[in-house]
Design a protein around this ligand. Structure first.
Ligand SMILES: [Zn+2]
Length: 77
């Protein structure tokens, strides 16, 4: 079960080592892109809108824990 993205009041924390700041994230992103081709046919994406985003796997950069990440509350500002 993949972890949800952090929200304004939550952040990720590795349950194995306590890491709060470094993660490798594999995600699937569905986008609508505005593609602008020049007359030679070379394409460039000039605008990209995210339609859907799913986190597939989060790996801790400190201990290489896979799916050891949980959502915790952020410290209050
Ligand atoms: Zn860790």
């Amino acid at each position: 079960m993949p972890i949800a993205l952090p929200r304004d009041d939550t952040r990720w924390r590795c349950t194995a080592c306590g890491n709060l700041t470094r993660f490798d994230v594999v995600r699937s992103v569905r986008t609508r892109d505005f593609v602008h081709a020049d007359l030679s046919g070379a394409q460039q994406v000039e605008e990209s809108e995210v339609l859907a985003e799913t986190v597939e796997q989060v790996t801790c950069r400190w201990c290489n824990g896979v799916n050891t990440v949980e959502l915790v509350a952020r410290p209050s500002a």
